[in-house]
Design a protein around this ligand. Structure first.
Ligand SMILES: C[S@@+](CC[C@H](N)C(=O)[O-])C[C@H]1O[C@@H](n2cnc3c(N)ncnc32)[C@H](O)[C@@H]1O
Length: 153
């Protein structure tokens, strides 16, 4: 995807080789359940969000409205510049703000989190810049397990 400067060292270190769009659609043809309404799809190494854009597209083809389909995809990606490209592709034109450090809402803060984003003033709770080997993918929500004995977040 255009707009991001990536030197050779970064590409190698972070394996920044993105899936071409036609291959993403082919993968969904082989795993059609992923794009069914109600299926939540997380790409923890989201790159420029090609896979997630394809999922949203297919969910719409499967009868969902765009805004509902958007609610069913989640991402983590190390590089903020990649996140900005991906969010632009998913949400369309509009102002994207990057929230870092003290600007990150308290409930979103978690180990491994680097940044959150707003699109047109609205916090995007499903997409974060993070180290996916560390982040718990709680996306600001408490995780309840052990029949309510334990919560994280
Ligand atoms: C092979 S690409 C895959 C991108 C996308 N899923 C695709 O299929 O086009 C791997 C992505 O993972 C990101 N990445 C590498 N290490 C990461 C980490 N520790 N946490 C989050 N993202 C990471 C890279 O920046 C890169 O965008």
């Amino acid at each position: 995807m255009s707009g991001v400067e990536r030197d050779k060292e970064r590409i190698t270190k972070f394996a920044e080789h993105f899936t071409p769009e036609d291959l993403a659609f082919e993968s969904l043809d082989r795993s059609p359940k992923m794009a069914q309404p109600g299926e939540i799809v997380l790409d923890p190494f989201a790159g420029d969000f090609t896979l997630l854009c394809s999922v949203v597209w297919r969910k719409i083809e499967n009868g969902m409205i765009y805004t509902d389909a958007l609610q069913e995809v989640r991402s983590g990606e190390y590089h903020i510049d990649n996140c900005l490209v991906g969010i632009g592709r998913l949400y369309g034109p509009g102002k994207i703000e990057t929230l870092q450090g003290k600007d990150i809402p308290e409930n979103m803060k978690s180990d491994g989190l680097k940044a959150c984003f707003k699109h047109e003033g609205k916090l995007l709770e499903n997409h974060v810049a993070c180290d996916s080997f560390v982040y718990d993918f709680s996306f600001g929500k408490k995780q309840i397990f052990g029949q309510g004995l334990f919560t994280i977040g």
